[in-house]
Design a protein around this ligand. Structure first.
Ligand SMILES: *Cc1c(COP(=O)(O)O)cnc(C)c1O
Length: 383
């Protein structure tokens, strides 16, 4: 089966992990801060807080921004469920902003209309979480302007987008957001097996997230409430979690980071080949903005000429022929759990149309030309 995505692990990656296994620190050692500095340097952000997943990073990012009961958080319905679940973990309510069909990203127009209505009803969101679908940044400049106007915070869910650029700068520089979150799950651009990272330019948010990822505990002289009892002393100041990344994971992430630019370059080349191959067909791809350099976590095509049955049969036939075609994503508001929260079919029409048309086809750095040609021929033959 040709997978839709796959990690690339080198001998250097393996050696980096083995070195940690032979060292004194399997966790809470030097590799985590090393990985954090490497990521913040790469992105051009001041601070980075490593976690055991992007899901945890999204959770503590929301908490750090003060998301709590009676707050509202908005995200995109075309995302992995974690983008929305993080708000619910904080006891807040979640709502969605419909997408732009051409890019699959949150629609700025839809966001603006929803904000106008929310202002009238006195129910503006505390945080908006744009998701950089497939590795292409959302229109962050416009979203940031709206954040100033309507007074909300921004967490970029850049789980797909490490190595991507927006207006010439790395996604994660947080020029237009408060916090950016990355995922290092093996299907993403670089991996630490499981792992995530929250980057920010705000020292206060960074400190808060650091504390929340480790039980709400600190021994920092500036943070504790009374003089230290001695070198063993620490205080729990709030209810945190064990969301720590291990040194084994950080070492793998650090080693993978060295390959990041190369991975993204190869992903772009493979994407370009698909673009050309489908140029004269009914197979559309996600429109790329000139403002963006995508990391191409996913290659998504849209089959706008196919009905539901045909769309389904394209995916199942590809799988029968050994190609792991996929669909990212089932709109979150259509998930049974979200339906129990009051969402229903028809709430976000573009997301639902997108769901009837989108197909993810294989793209990963080690994909060889023969396999790509097989995917191209198979898909063209089916559509
Ligand atoms: C993968 C993913 C997540 C969750 O990442 P984990 O590291 O697996 O927790 C969150 N948001 C999006 C958009 C993702 O694709």
């Amino acid at each position: 089966m040709i997978p839709y995505g796959k990690q690339s692990i080198s001998q250097d990656d393996i050696d980096a992990v083995v070195d940690v296994l032979k060292s004194d620190w399997l966790t809470q050692g030097p590799k985590v801060p090393e990985f954090e500095s490497a990521i913040s340097n790469y992105c051009g952000a001041q601070h980075a807080c490593a976690t055991n997943s992007a899901t945890s990073a999204l959770h503590i990012a929301c908490l750090a921004l003060g998301v709590a009961k009676n707050d509202s958080v908005w995200t995109s319905p075309i995302s992995f469920v974690a983008s929305a679940n993080c708000a619910l973990y904080c006891g807040a309510t979640i709502d969605f902003v419909d997408i732009d069909l051409e890019t699959g990203n949150m629609s700025v127009n839809a966001l603006e209309s929803k904000l106008k209505a929310a202002k009238e009803n006195n129910c503006l969101p505390k945080v908006v979480i744009p998701v950089h679908l497939a590795g292409q940044s959302c229109n962050m400049q416009a979203i940031h302007l709206l954040a100033d106007k309507y007074d909300f915070k921004i967490i970029e869910d850049a789980s797909h987008a490490i190595g991507a650029k927006y207006l010439g700068k790395p996604v994660g520089c947080c020029e237009f957001s408060d916090i950016t979150v990355f995922s290092f799950h093996p299907v993403k651009i670089i991996t630490s097996a499981e792992g995530g990272m929250a980057v920010t330019n705000c020292a206060k948010l960074y400190k808060k997230m650091q504390r929340l990822r480790s039980h709400g505990i600190t021994n920092h002289p500036d943070e504790i409430t009374e003089p230290s009892h001695g070198p063993w002393y620490y205080q729990q100041l709030e209810l945190g979690f064990n969301y720590r990344m291990s040194d084994i994971q950080a070492a793998l992430g650090l080693s993978q980071l060295k390959q990041l630019n190369n991975f993204v370059k190869v992903r772009n080349e493979i994407a370009k080949t698909y673009d050309h191959a489908f140029a004269d067909s009914d197979i559309l791809h996600l429109t790329q903005s000139d403002d963006c350099y995508s990391s191409y976590h996913l290659y998504v095509v849209r089959l706008t000429q196919c009905d539901i049955a045909k769309h389904k049969s394209v995916i199942t036939s590809m799988r029968e022929q050994g190609i792991m075609a996929h669909l990212h994503y089932v709109p979150i508001h259509l998930q049974p759990y979200y339906q129990t929260l009051g969402f229903s079919k028809g709430d976000f029409p573009n997301a639902e149309t997108y769901y009837k048309q989108a197909v993810t086809i294989p793209l990963y750095p080690a994909m060889i030309a023969d396999k790509q040609q097989f995917v191209i021929n198979t898909l063209i033959g089916l559509v």
